[in-house]
Design a binder for this molecule. Structure first.
Ligand SMILES: [Zn+2]
Ligand SMILES: [Zn+2]
Length: 116
């Protein structure tokens, strides 16, 4: 007998194939996996209550490392709404994402400022 392995593609950021039990089935976030949902909740906690995330939710660099990198300057997180979930990301990931999405911002003052 052939074993059947069913995997569902996460519709949010991670782009992984995961077991159906790991996928949300209710509400507006159907098709999002548990990990992406957790990131979404952490990003929301940052947005609403100022709770610092464990680190960048895109590259997973820990908060302490990001703080060291920022040095005397202030560490900032940037919130993006990507593929249906919120994510709080570090400045270098933000730059990469803004460049990938430059078709959206190229003709705006923000795009001109970044020289897109
Ligand atoms: Zn996911
Ligand atoms: Zn990052």
């Amino acid at each position: 007998m052939i074993g059947l392995v069913l995997k569902v593609h996460c519709q949010a950021l991670c782009n992984r194939w995961v077991a159906p039990s790991k996928i949300l089935n209710l509400g507006p976030h159907v098709g999002v996996c548990e990990d992406c949902w957790q990131r979404h909740l952490e990003a929301q906690a940052l947005l609403t209550d100022g709770v610092i995330p464990k680190g960048c939710q895109n590259c997973n660099t820990p908060h302490e490392t990001l703080k060291e990198r920022a040095g005397a300057g202030e560490l900032s997180y940037v919130l993006h709404h990507l593929d249906g979930v919120y994510v709080a990301i570090c400045p270098s990931c933000n730059e990469q994402i803004v460049r990938l999405q430059r078709h959206q911002t190229r003709d705006t003052p923000f795009g001109a400022q970044l020289n897109l």
